[in-house]
Design a binder for this molecule. Structure first.
Ligand code: FAD
Length: 367
């Protein structure tokens, strides 16, 4: 008998949502987190946007899990009194040459089964958001912003209420198979060894490093890691100009620098996309010049001096500059050949939105 039915590495949104899916199936679950609090990784450095699911190619995991995850997420937030604002999103063409790109998104959204999409001409879009420079826009009414930390705390609460545990300051250091169970080395101040029938690697930016210390995991299945930094600038001294999320047409490798008003009323722009060689969360003030240019395409009234460097996040990308955008990789037993093990790679956007559906997918692969 193993100590736990399942051990999950990483208490980000995905690890916690996976723990939730497994405790709902009656499994005993332990979530190991290296940091001193939950959500210490990518899950705390993002846009907190609930995506509708327009952007992702037909048949991809992102397309399916974003739509399923978004529906499940709103229901979960309602049930657990976690704050959100279903403010909607406008994806805007600021000149005629951009119309085909948002038309393509409208068609992809239909294929992906996204509800609440509406085409607006310039006047209709300006009637909703008078400060907008726009010739046409796609409205997505299912999009919103939410309190990602409140969400993760609610997931932790559910895991614990079902008899599971989330252990902090408990780094996963490696695993090997002994018969039917994994023997797992846990470091930290009180290093120990535990056993589990199932092991899930949801370590975000460290997923590749964790896979490398799982004995027998085929190295050929560990994807290359690329760090896609996203910088944010906050709007200061000016009232938030829009109620809705405002997005440009997507750029290669990302959704494009967008506008968001968070639940506290703070307006922010970002993230851009900057490939970096190591984790570095400092926002270079010199990037402001490009932000002014990008933002003024859709908000010409942005005053000089109103953008302040804010924070940055790093996307755990598995494609590099110039390569096409990759899908989530949820590597289960049928892929890597090891029973009862799932490794998750490249869980960048829309990973938060998709997290409950990713958890369900992992539970299905391990059932
Ligand atoms: C700039 C940016 C903007 C984004 N915007 C959005 C958005 O608006 N909407 C959306 O849906 N998605 C968005 N995303 C994507 C989303 O944030 C991620 O997909 C999601 O947070 C990934 O969660 P995770 O649990 O996989 O990773 P993480 O949150 O990074 O969790 C992994 C955890 O594993 C822990 N860990 C690492 N190594 C070990 C170890 N050895 N032992 C124990 N624990 C370990 C880490 O400390 C961390 O807490 C954005 C991402 C970025 C970077």
């Amino acid at each position: 008998m193993a100590d736990f039915d399942a051990v999950i590495v990483g208490a980000g949104a995905v690890g916690l949502a996976t723990g939730y899916a497994l405790v709902l199936r009656g499994q005993s679950v332990l979530v190991l987190e290296r940091a001193g609090h939950i959500g210490a990784g990518v899950s705390s450095r993002n846009s907190e946007v609930i995506h509708a699911g327009l952007h992702y190619p037909t048949g991809s995991l992102k397309a399916r899990l974003c739509v399923e995850g978004r529906r499940a997420l709103y229901a979960f937030l309602d049930a657990h009194n976690v704050a959100y604002d279903k403010c909607g999103k406008l994806i805007v063409a600021t000149e005629d040459s951009e119309i085909s790109a948002i038309d393509q998104l409208a068609r992809q959204g239909k294929i992906n089964g996204v509800e609440g999409i509406r085409w607006l001409n310039g006047a209709e879009a300006r009637a909703l958001e008078p400060e907008l420079r726009v010739v046409a826009a796609l409205e997505s009414r299912e999009s919103g912003v939410f309190d990602a930390h409140g969400y993760m705390a609610a997931l932790q609460g559910e895991i614990e209420a079902h008899g599971g545990a989330v252990v902090l300051n408990a780094p996963f250091e490696g695993a090997r198979r002994t018969g039917d169970t994994f023997t797992i080395a846990v470091g930290g101040e009180a290093p120990t060894t535990i056993t589990a029938a199932r092991l899930i690697n949801a370590a975000g930016l460290s997923a590749q490093a964790c896979a490398r210390v799982i004995e027998g995991f085929p190295s050929a299945r560990i994807p290359a890691q690329h760090l896609g930094k996203g910088n944010y600038f906050a709007l200061q001294g000016v009232k938030a100009p829009f109620a809705r999320l405002i997005y440009p047409p997507p750029i290669p490798g990302a959704l494009g620098t967008h506008y968001r008003r968070d639940l506290g009323g703070v307006a922010r722009f970002g993230p851009d996309l900057e490939y970096v060689d190591y984790e570095d969360y400092v926002v270079d003030p010199a990037r402001a010049a490009t932000f002014y240019q990008t933002v003024r395409r859709f908000w010409p009234n942005l005053p000089d001096g109103a953008l302040q460097p804010d924070y940055a996040g790093i996307r755990p990308k598995i494609h590099g500059p110039g390569e096409s955008q990759s899908d989530f990789v949820i590597d289960g037993p049928a892929d890597h050949g090891l029973a009862n093990l799932v490794c998750l790679f490249g869980i960048e956007s829309p990973g938060l939105t998709s997290s409950l559906a990713i958890g369900e997918e992992v539970a299905r692969l391990l059932s």
